[in-house]
Write a protein that binds this ligand. Sequence first.
Ligand SMILES: Cc1cc2nc3c(=O)[nH]c(=O)nc-3n(C[C@H](O)[C@H](O)[C@H](O)COP(=O)(O)OP(=O)(O)OC[C@H]3O[C@@H](n4cnc5c(N)ncnc54)[C@H](O)[C@@H]3O)c2cc1C
Length: 477
Amino acid sequence: MRASNFIPMRVCNHFISLKLFNSKVNSFRSVTVCVIGSGPAGFYCTQHLLKLLPTSSIDIYEKLPVPFGLVRFGVAPDHADVKNVINNFTKIGSDSRVKFIGNVSLGKDFKLQHLQEAYNIIILCYGADQDIELKIPGEKLNNVIPARKFIGWYNGLPHDQDIPINLDVENVNIFGHGNVAIDVARILLKSVDDLRKTDITENSLSRLAESKVKTVRIIGRRGPLQVAFTIKEFREILKLPNVQTIINPELFENTESILPDLPRPRKRLTELLFTTTRKSQTTAQSDKKLFIEFFRSPTKFTGINAVNGVELVINKLKNLHDISPELQQIEATCQKEYVPCELIFRSIGYKSSKVDQEIPFYSSNYIGKLRVLPGVYSAGWLSTGSTGVILSTMSNAFKTAYEICEDIKNGIINDKEDKPGYNYIKKILKKEGKITVDWQGWKNIDKVEIERGKYRNKPREKIVNVSEMLEIGGRAE
Ligand SMILES: Cc1cc2nc3c(=O)[nH]c(=O)nc-3n(C[C@H](O)[C@H](O)[C@H](O)COP(=O)(O)OP(=O)(O)OC[C@H]3O[C@@H](n4cnc5c(N)ncnc54)[C@H](O)[C@@H]3O)c2cc1C
């Protein structure tokens, strides 16, 4: 489904009210706008601003030589339908008012101050590129891998290609109960033949083909009523052939009576967890097993060089009756457990980098405010934290674009001052001898990837090396 088909009501209302004052916004001089980051937030902000400020020019700066952020490097290769948003982003990137400048980083190649000198409006959309650590002993042992890096590895993210992962192991633990944990488990348990037709990289495919993984445990600190994964992702993993999903029935004691009062999506997901629990008692044994485990937090990873087990503390819920089940917090008991395992993934969330000291963070892991500084705005995961899906990122980006227009309308943004835009930044990049990738350069890379994919009967074979990308699509500034 095209992203534009499911614009939520709240966003539609913006369209209506914008129409009312649009003529006023259009009567302003052209504003020079830059967007930092070419993920969904960057493209959706650009799309909405092109509608609202049609005479403006928008420059999108991207750290990597290629666009689309987590749609290319996060969304699982077997979720091809989700990646269809790229068709919409491609239309936006091809618009004559939009300039794509790849292989340049805010904080490395130029500063926020340079952007403030060059543009009337700056929209920071550079996502959340670091993972949150558990901060427990043993976290640096071999084969304790951030889920983010594993995902980057199989999706072809250049700087994750050399992760020291050993898949010659049987038992894997994944910490975290979100969709990312489910993605990691599914890729580990799925038949390689089914992955072969996707855009997964050839290197990771051949490594996964040799994997000995048999048992995957997805472990969360809270209970079945608090899981963050969605029913769609959970259903998908239940359908994997030759994989038995097992959930301990004791965990559902006292839960059945709460079911009727739960909000509908939570109720449906909990019912499915219930059904799975019951089925796990009866279904025939399979080669591979997936355990969903609750109320456990890791306190220590053990091992000499590589990890060989994890010590867990058992948790219980606090405030059982006085707040809604989804918000319930846990407290540790004095019970401990030890689980042997040879590979661990940490999947407890992402955080944003403060790439320039002048960018204020109003929250510990992300900016937390749409209006960051005068003329500087934020959108997407950098603004909200790493929650939600592409659809919620779209709503958030549309809101940022809408508020920018409100600020222009109310005279908060100085749109009277002529700003030099890219010409100013270009001088800085030229001085550094920087090689950049423009939209045509990306299209050249795209073409090569699709051609290479044809030989293997897959949508594309991603180029995983920045130098090669630059050879095909780069040019000196
Ligand atoms: C593993 C995973 C799987 C997911 N699967 C799905 C799914 O199946 N369906 C779904 O709807 N949602 C999915 N999501 C969520 C979705 O990817 C996010 O909602 C969305 O990508 C957030 O968009 P963003 O633009 O804020 O960030 P990003 O997509 O991360 O984009 C940020 C961009 O900024 C660039 N950048 C970073 N630093 C700089 C810098 N200093 N200068 C210039 N550029 C910079 C990055 O390279 C990147 O291109 C998934 C997320 C993850 C992590």
